[in-house]
Write a protein that binds this ligand. Structure first.
Ligand SMILES: Cc1cc2nc3c(=O)[nH]c(=O)nc-3n(C[C@H](O)[C@H](O)[C@H](O)COP(=O)(O)O)c2cc1C
Length: 195
């Protein structure tokens, strides 16, 4: 195992938003690797609740209009911001691949919903890391309307399923520097209990 390589990927993974992406298509091989690795996320009770809807090519225009429409209809007017619907429309058109991250609720509801959400988050992290290792930028976006019933309806999800994010994916645009990350030291977040 190459520990140093793993450390490097984890620490250099960065959020790169669609305006910083090129329109270069994402290779089938890279995309497949993302989903294969997502599929190896930990999952309580082996429910494997992650589901992905992948928009590419012309389908992005349809998605772009739907996201703008959902923003304007699913959110109360007082929660809407000037220009946000247009921004959503633009982002879905700029990124070569847009993945709607969903959670399929287990029918028997034996596993807690929180744990199913956690499991999907692990799957997203696997995708994010795989993207970084292949020089791909990604952005996990969670505008509040994705949690509304209107979103489920548009996606054809069951009532208890959830959309947990919009994952934009693409290679960084030419001349675009890989962003630098920052974190506060982990030391203040640890409490070792040894005796
Ligand atoms: C569950 C989740 C939801 C997020 N939603 C948003 C979002 O709606 N808008 C946004 O600008 N960033 C969002 N982010 C990305 C964070 O802004 C980003 O991870 C943070 O700034 C740290 O940057 P890095 O990913 O490059 O380390 C989200 C991240 C997570 C884990």
């Amino acid at each position: 195992m190459d520990h140093a390589a793993l450390d490097e990927i984890i620490r250099s993974r960065r959020t790169i938003k669609p305006p910083m992406m090129s329109d270069r298509p994402v290779s089938e091989e890279d995309l497949r690797a993302l989903f294969e690795n997502a599929n190896w996320a930990p999952t309580h009770g082996l429910t494997e609740p992650w589901r992905f809807k992948i928009y590419r090519g012309e389908a992005r225009a349809k998605l772009a209009d739907a996201l703008a429409m959902l923003y304007e209809t699913a959110l109360p007017a007082e929660d809407q911001k000037e220009g946000k619907a247009d921004k959503l429309r633009e982002m879905a058109r700029l990124a070569p691949v847009v993945i709607l991250v969903c959670m399929e609720r287990q029918k028997v509801e034996k596993i807690r919903e929180l744990e199913e959400i956690e499991s999907v988050a692990c799957a997203v992290q696997n995708m994010h890391l795989t993207a970084a290792s292949r020089g791909l930028g990604a952005f996990w976006s969670t505008p509040p309307f994705i949690y509304k019933p209107e979103m489920n309806e548009w996606l054809g999800l069951e009532e208890k399923d959830r959309c947990l994010g919009i994952f934009y994916l693409g290679y960084p645009a030419e001349g675009q520097k890989w962003p630098k990350g920052r974190r506060r030291s982990v030391d203040g977040k640890l409490e070792f209990i040894d005796t």
